[in-house]
Design a protein around this ligand. Structure first.
Ligand SMILES: Cc1cc2ncn([C@H]3O[C@H](COP(=O)(O)O)[C@@H](O)[C@H]3O)c2cc1C
Ligand SMILES: O=C(O)c1cccnc1
Length: 338
């Protein structure tokens, strides 16, 4: 398992990326061609099965131990009134996760995922990133390692999610610093701020971009300067999953903002990731486009917590059920294409 003990460990994890198993990919593609259906008729479900075969390294991939890993963190930037809810809701929602009452509890159970929640120093919010880096190097490395620790041996699919009041503002700053564009292009309502709230968020992100403008644009610096602990943890989980060849299902705008700085430095980092859905947060469509990811679902969800990704697991399970359970033309005695 990866530990991010140093910046060098982070840079090495992002530079040296595993690739899917070519033999398993080829075997799965070959199997798809033999199943009793016109070639290509299951559309992206075929691609999903082949994708999982490659990353899991077996012709017939399965989800026997899928995990939803949800990270929580608090944000100093909430002092600027960027959320419709008070920062205290982060810890209250963690208690709700533990009691089983949140949307992600319901969706994890429905999707057959084990749910693990990591609350990261909730009594120690990140610094206000309009005036200083959100995290020290040590804090950011610790958050990355907390994320990596979720990728335990035996996990065969990882759903990532987050809880952190104010983090849609951090996500907008991460996206802008990673891919360019003005603050207004990336800021949205988050939990539901009104137009004055959006204007405050845009001003906050503009100030942050200006404050950090001369800092290095490297992935680690972007994460630590304008990210948050839960977002860095998602980045660490994505990197650790890649090392272990565990496929990842990304959630909404905020979970995707964690991979933005990584992808801006090494675009190949997205190769083991599926975009579970497209959130209603307006920046998400743009971010998915920059990441080169096509969402599985588009249900106008805008919650976070890994909720959209967990719902998408039902689609992934259907893809694997067809891939594993269907008969071939030879087995069923069905004639192939003339
Ligand atoms: C009760 C409640 C449950 C949530 N679950 C996820 N979020 C979502 O809302 C937050 C981001 O929006 P903003 O930047 O506007 O604060 C994150 O915590 C995100 O996961 C929630 C928000 C609330 C209020
Ligand atoms: O898309 C998301 O991840 C999102 C949108 C709004 C609020 N929280 C999360």
């Amino acid at each position: 398992m990866i530990r991010f003990d140093s910046l060098a460990a982070f840079d090495a994890a992002l530079a040296d990326l595993t690739v899917p198993d070519a033999a398993a990919t080829a075997a799965a593609r070959d199997r798809q061609a033999q199943l009793t259906k016109p070639a290509g008729s299951l559309g992206r479900l075929e691609d999903i099965a082949i994708f999982l075969a490659g990353w899991q390294g077996r012709e017939r991939p399965a989800i026997t131990r899928g995990r939803a890993a949800i990270f929580a963190g608090n944000h100093g930037v909430t002092v600027h009134g960027v959320s419709a809810f008070p920062a205290s809701v982060t810890a209250q929602m963690v208690a709700n996760f533990q009691a089983g009452g949140a949307a992600i509890n319901a969706f994890s159970a429905a999707a057959g995922l084990e749910l693990k929640v990591a609350a990261l120093d909730l009594d120690r919010p990140t610094a206000d990133f309009t005036a200083e880096p959100a995290m020290s190097e040590a804090d950011c490395l610790a958050a990355l390692s907390a994320g990596a620790a979720m990728v335990e041996p035996g996990i065969d699919l990882l759903v990532v999610g987050e809880m952190g009041i104010g983090n849609s503002t951090a996500a907008a700053a991460l996206a802008a610093r990673s891919f360019g564009g003005s603050a207004a292009e990336w800021v949205g309502p988050g939990t539901g701020v009104d137009s004055a709230g959006i204007a405050r968020k845009v001003a906050v992100v503009d100030r942050a971009l200006a404050f950090h403008a001369d800092a290095p644009v490297a992935a680690f610096e972007t994460l630590r300067r304008v990210g948050g602990r839960e977002i860095a943890a998602i980045a660490g989980a994505i990197l650790a999953a890649r090392r272990a060849r565990v496929p990842v299902v990304l959630d909404g705008f905020i979970s995707c903002s964690a991979i933005a700085p990584l992808a801006s430095e090494n675009p190949a980092i997205t190769a083991h990731c599926l975009a579970g859905h497209r959130s209603a947060e307006p920046g998400h469509a743009r971010l998915l486009d920059r990441l080169g990811l096509a969402p599985l679902l588009s249900l106008d969800m805008r919650l976070g917590e890994g909720s959209g990704a967990a719902v998408a697991v039902a689609v992934i399970r259907s893809a694997l059920a067809a891939h594993d359970g269907m008969a071939t033309f030879a087995e069923a005695g069905v004639s192939g294409a003339a």
